[in-house]
Write a protein that binds this ligand. Structure first.
Ligand code: GLU
Ligand code: ZN
Length: 297
């Protein structure tokens, strides 16, 4: 059985970019007669809001993207994450570095915006009592390879890509990387469809699949929607927020616009997700990001 999912973070309203991720994963899995699950990634209590979660679910219903089974909320699953963190105890260590200490230790070639943890606390055998500590996973100096359905073969060296990465933050919040792997594996997710901003983090996730003895899923990352300045759509692009577009567009118009922008239809004709099913093909999905202007919409 093929199982896909949509895993939004309720830190803001849905915009067209989120709708694209939901639509593509729905199409891919429904075309194969599989199940589509929804999981609310509200691990971070500071940034997540219940109103956004409620709104996202309403938006999905309005769009005609119906899900199977119960909606999962990550905020209710801390004990499960703790159980798997415990299984990794031999490969993890506490870290008390501040962000500034980590930044100060960056090698010059790593200044492309990524933060690579230099391993300062590895082997220090800090005890967790006293200062709050994050828990980091020791990564191998090995290249993790995988095949992405859109972007092809990927090879990521975790040691130079991110270094030993966090599984639980110093404030006790479990990290996305651990939660996403545990949740996808326990839900039986077989294929992951999401934006290409998460392409390389698939390597961090695949390493966890291996350590936890879970069967890995397939990965299909899609190009991002960008505004006219070439920036990825985000909460600031208010005109492309779904709540704004719902006043002036039908759900079929929005699906039609997205389907056309991503190469599935010859024109932005209104269409339902169901009607798109026979037209959906991964081979038509472009690698390059897609510009959406408020004007076109
Ligand atoms: N919660 C993540 C986001 O909204 C997506 C995680 C995933 O699809 O793996 O960006
Ligand atoms: Zn440290």
């Amino acid at each position: 059985m093929c199982v896909g999912r949509f895993a939004p973070s309720p830190t803001g309203e849905m915009h067209l970019g989120n709708v694209l991720a939901a639509l593509l994963s729905w199409l891919s899995v429904k075309q194969q007669g599989g199940e589509w699950r929804v999981r609310i990634e509200n691990l971070d209590p500071q940034r997540s809001r219940q109103e956004f979660a409620v709104q996202i679910l309403r938006d999905l219903e309005w769009l005609g993207l119906s899900w199977d089974g119960e909606v999962l909320y990550q905020s209710q699953r801390a004990e499960i994450y703790q159980h798997y963190l415990h299984q990794l105890a031999d490969m993890t260590y506490p870290c008390t570095c501040t962000r500034n200490e980590i930044l100060a230790a960056q090698a010059p070639h790593e200044s492309d915006g990524r933060i690579v943890y230099p391993g300062t606390c590895r082997g220090k055998q800090l005890t967790i009592s006293g200062k709050p500590a994050a828990i980091r996973l020791i990564v191998p100096g090995e290249v993790i390879e995988f095949e992405d359905r859109v972007y092809g073969r990927q090879a990521v060296n975790l040691a130079t890509h991110c270094g030993d990465y966090i599984l639980r933050r110093s404030d006790g919040v479990f990290a996305y990387q651990l939660a996403v792997v545990v949740d996808d594996a326990l839900s039986g997710v077989t294929e992951i469809v999401r934006g290409r901003d998460l392409l390389l983090s698939a390597a961090q996730q695949l390493y966890l699949y291996r350590l936890l003895n879970f069967t890995p899923p397939t990965y299909s990352h899609h190009p991002l929607l960008v505004n006219e300045q070439g920036q990825r759509l985000c909460k600031r692009d208010k005109s492309l927020a779904l709540s704004a577009m719902r006043h002036t567009h039908s759900s079929q118009e929005i699906i039609g616009l997205l389907a056309h922008s991503i190469g599935l239809t010859p024109a932005p004709t209104p269409i339902t997700p169901e009607q798109l099913l026979p037209l959906f093909m991964w081979t038509n999905i472009p690698k390059n990001d897609v510009t959406m202007s408020a004007f076109e919409c």
